[in-house]
Structures are given as C-alpha cells and as structure tokens.
Design a protein around this ligand. Structure first.
Ligand code: ADP
Length: 553
C-alpha cells in the first residue's frame, strides 16, 4: 500500500482484485487487464459457445448454457424440441446469476417455467446451464476440484498448472436431482463457503480426509481403484489449455487497450482458479474460472458467540503456498536477468565462435547431461510411484522442471521442486489449430486504430472490408454498413458496457457471417472461417508489402 505514491518502480506488483494502476511503466503485475470481465459467467459462456460452434467435439467439456434474459426463448424452444424428440427426457438445469460467486443466488430447476423471472433476472442477468446429474462420488458425496493455473504470458502464450489442487466436498450424501431434493444446497453445491455452515462439515488436519482435501489424495484413491489417473490428468490439462485458448482473444483486446504496444508498460501474469467437476465416467467438466481465487490458508472458527479465531488449514497451506512461491519463482526478475546474461553469452558466441566454442560445448554438454540426469531420475521416481499405486500426495511425484536447471543453484537449491508444470507452449502443437478466434481478434485489433479502445467504429469496419477486398457486386458497401449496424446494435443492447462501437464478440459474429456467405460450399464453419482468415491475412500482407514498397520509393 502506498497512500502517498510510490517513489521507485517495483519489480513485481501484487494487486488485490484487478489490474487498475495506469501509472505502472515497467515490472510485472499479477493481474491482466479485463480478466475479471472475461471470466464472468456470461462472457465465459459466450466464449465457450463460439468455440463450440467451431470445434464441437473439442469443446464438449463445458455444459450447454443459455444466457438470460436474452436467450430465454431459445432455451424454451430447445427444451421443447428435445422433449418432443424424447418424451422420457427429464433434465435438470442450474441457474447462476452473472458475476455471482460462492453459490450466491444459484438454484436448480426441472422446467424452464421455474426460472425466477421477477426481480433478479431483469436486473441481474444469469446463465442457465445443463446440470451434470451424474457426478463422480466419493464416500457418497459430490465434490469438485479447484486447480490453480498460472497464465504467465499472453503473447507468447505460456500456461502452467499446479500439480496439486483442492477437492471440496458436499456435506449431504448425493442423490440425483428430484423435485424433492432440488433445494438441498449441501447435496448439490460443492462451494466451501456454503458447506462450512453445514453441521456435517469436517475440518481435518489430514489432507486425505474431511470436507476439503488435496486433489492428489483423490487421485491416489482413484488409482487404487484401478483408474487411469494419467489419462485423467491429460484430460484436465487439455481442458485448461482449451479454456485459455477460448479466453485469449478477449484478453488481447483489453491488453492492447490498457497497455498499448510500443509504449512503456508492465507485463502481466495471473493465477486463475479453475473449478472442475468429474463426471461418473471420469470426464472432467469445466464449471467456471475464477480471476481471484481465494489464497487464504486458514479459516475462522467461532470460539464463543462473536469471538473468532483464525485456524490454519493444512490442506490450503500445502496447495496454495506452493502456488504462490512458484509463481514468484517463475516471474522472478532476477531469473530473467540471468536468462538475459545467458542470451548475451550466446550473442557473444556468434561474434567469437572459435575462441568460445569449446567453452560453450562444455557448458552445453554439462547442461544437457544435468538435464538428462534430472529427467531420468524423475522418470524413475514416477515409474516407482505409478507401480506403487498409492501415495500420500502428488507432491511426492517430482515433476520434470519446466525450467532447464541452468539457473544459479544457490537459492533454487534450497527450494522444493516446482509445483507448477508448464503445459503451454509445451503441448502447443496439439492445440494450435484451435486458435482461430485469436487470429480473428488480431484482425480486429489491427483495425481498431485508435489506441485505448476496445470497440471498432463503422469506419474501422469499412476499412477492414475494403482492405481485405471483401465487398463485391453481391455484397455492396451499403450491405456492409447494414451488417455493422445490425450486429453492433444487438450486442450493445445486451451489454452493460456503454461505449459505442462493435465489440470483439460482435466482430467475430460478423466475421463468421461473412465466412458462411463467401464459402458456402465448405461444410464446416471452421473451414469457412479458416478460408476467410487466410484470404484476409494474405490480402493484408500484400497491402502492407505494397505500402512498404511505396515507403521505400
Ligand atoms: P459460484 O461462482 O457461485 O461458485 P459455480 O458455477 O462454481 O458458481 O457453481 C457453484 C456450484 O454449483 C459448483 O461448485 C458446483 O458444485 C455446482 N454446479 C455448478 N454448475 C454445475 C453444473 N452444470 N452441474 C452440476 N453442478 C454444478
């Protein structure tokens, strides 16, 4: 806290809730601009829907969702159609107010007619979502998983996942939803903040028992039942990467608006809390992403009426301390300096290759050997662990460090191995084809023109059409204006944001509409979008090349 202003710039800024300080010109901030808005229930559902439209098979880990009030009639229609096709279908839905947390205002329904339309929906939009009726149970209780994910950088994309998380348990034995039990929050909602008020809540000193446990303890139990926990982990990693890929386009728009490229500004990183539910089939389903996951490592206990004491929680401590410690290790500015020194060493090598070649070979060889030795040791331990089939905690499974072991060891050596495991760019090859909306966002940002805005004006949209040569006799500039007005008006009537112009999601809709029109013969939306993207990128590159030539001439 600096009530009288800061004198010196900091290496790392740790903001409480969101990115908000426009007076930071260097260093790193622990929040991304716009993250809170991007992971709100409605925005997340929209981003997921866009990805589900493009890649239905890849994004089936997010329950089908509708946005209220604007999609109420769509929800009702789809419900009726499904019911007509299959009269024995008896689904349950969960209604969640936008921007809510800790289970606040959430309720279950069996019929669209049960949505509470009075009051809250009008003033507070919500998401209605398919309820996962068959979750995996443990000790007959429903539980969810909180995983910590570090978004270390947006461009290039760098994602780390903590190898242990929390499992939060309900406090009433689970039964599939019926009209009788729909209201039993201790049976259906896993929120810690709700269940702690149940008489059945168990505070435990052990990480393997009680109403809050480590996720690794769950994995150990599953492993002892013969479950393929490696496959489960890899499904969870895919879910996390795909979700972040869905969020990056919007985040990039906020980023360029708050921290314009080419001007001095900080870089950002952020710890996110992913809430995941395992289905009975062991398929992980995303419930939500939290921009500000609680990092408390204790809870309050009422000793006598009105007198509270802060009691440490071993489970929270085990998981959260490691996440914060390793985040700081990964963003450590000293480490960056060391890497820079390392880089300049390589530059030096280019200048004096012969003198330094042998030294370099020695260091590289040593590093390589060190790394191989390190990996071998770890893989042996991993095999041992898998063979053993039971363990106390995944902490016991050392990870192959994402960082090559080339940093000075004095400080690092004293610390435990990293709990944060790099998953992107490590697995980028498998997921890069999903980054189509990212490329649409790059076009959008290109035409935003004026820095500091997140919305495209009509002139910017026209320039996009003109520069990419998308208008023709079938699609006049007048039709372009109508498309802009139609889509923009609809999106602005839904949003709370009063800034005029076309937001990214509206641009994406317009882009999809143009792609469908231009590439009618392609069967899949993703093929149509890809073709239009390639065309636009090619035409802009040609135009840019021409401009450069004129500049030279
Ligand atoms: P909040 O931000 O208020 O915690 P969540 O989306 O996390 O909202 O939902 C609260 C709880 O409701 C979750 O922890 C989970 O137990 C339950 N829940 C949420 N969505 C679903 C769903 N689609 N199916 C089954 N249970 C769900």
């Amino acid at each position: 806290q600096f009530p009288f202003g800061r004198r010196l710039p900091c290496d790392i800024y740790w903001h409480g809730v969101s990115f908000h300080d426009s007076n930071i010109f260097s260093g790193q901030v622990n929040k991304f601009p716009g993250m809170m808005e991007t992971v709100r229930k409605i925005t997340l559902s929209r981003a997921m829907r866009t990805m589900q439209d493009l890649f239905p098979g890849e994004y089936n880990f997010y329950p089908r969702s509708w946005i209220l009030p604007e999609e109420l009639s769509l929800f009702v229609d789809e419900f009726r159609t499904m019911k007509d096709i299959n009269p024995s279908w008896k689904p349950t839905f969960i209604v969640k107010p936008d921007g809510g947390c800790q289970g606040d205002g959430i309720y279950l329904i069996k019929d669209p007619g049960d949505i509470r339309l009075t009051g809250s929906i009008q003033s507070r939009p919500a998401v209605v979502q398919e309820y996962i009726c068959e979750p995996l149970l443990m000790d007959r209780l429903k539980f969810d998983i909180r995983l910590y994910v570090l978004l270390k950088s947006l461009e290039p994309l760098e994602i780390y996942i903590a190898k242990d998380g929390l499992s939060r348990f309900c406090t009433e034995p689970y039964q599939e939803p019926t009209l009788k039990n729909l209201h039993q929050v201790f049976m259906h909602l896993t929120n810690y903040s709700l269940n702690i008020h149940s008489g059945n809540f168990i505070h435990s000193d052990s990480v393997n028992t009680g109403s809050k446990r480590t996720f690794s303890s769950i994995l150990c139990r599953l492993s002892s039942r013969g479950v393929d926990v490696k496959k489960l982990w890899s499904d969870i990693i895919s879910l996390v990467i795909k979700t972040i890929i869905a969020l990056t386009p919007e985040l990039k728009v906020y980023y360029q608006s708050d921290i314009p490229a080419g001007k001095p500004g900080p870089t950002c990183f952020q710890i996110l809390g992913f809430d995941i539910l395992l289905m009975k089939t062991l398929k992980p389903m995303l419930l939500e992403v939290n921009a500000n996951p609680s990092m408390r490592i204790g809870h309050e206990q009422e000793l006598s009426p009105g007198v509270f004491e802060n009691v440490p929680s071993p489970v929270d401590e085990e998981v959260k301390v490691a996440v914060i410690r390793d985040t700081l290790r990964l963003v450590d500015p000293q480490k960056k300096k060391r890497t820079d020194t390392h880089l300049s060493f390589h530059t030096y090598l280019l200048i004096f290759p012969t003198q330094l070649q042998s030294l370099h070979a020695g260091v590289a060889g040593m590093k390589d050997k060190q790394h191989k030795h390190h990996s071998l040791k770890l893989s042996l331990k991993l095999k041992f662990y898998l063979k053993l089939g039971s363990c106390q905690s995944l902490q016991q499974v050392p990870e192959v460090s994402a960082e090559p072991p080339d940093a000075p060891k004095s400080l690092e050596a004293a610390l435990p191995s990293l709990c944060l495991k790099q998953v992107f760019p490590k697995y980028s090859k498998q997921f890069s084809y999903l980054r189509l909306v990212d490329r649409v966002a790059a076009l959008f940002i290109h035409f935003l023109g004026v820095r500091g805005t997140t919305k495209l004006g009509p002139t910017g949209f026209r320039t996009f059409i003109r520069n990419c040569k998308l208008s023709n006799s079938n699609f006049s500039m007048a039709a372009v204006d109508i498309l802009y007005i139609d889509i923009t008006r609809r999106w602005n009537s839904m949003g709370i944001d009063k800034e005029s112009g076309m937001c990214l999601q509206a641009f994406v809709e317009a882009f999809f509409c143009l792609a469908r029109k231009k590439y009618k013969s392609a069967k899949l939306l993703r093929e149509q979008v890809l073709s239009l993207l390639e065309l636009c990128e090619k035409r802009l590159a040609a135009l840019h090349g021409k401009r450069l030539l004129w500049g030279c001439g």
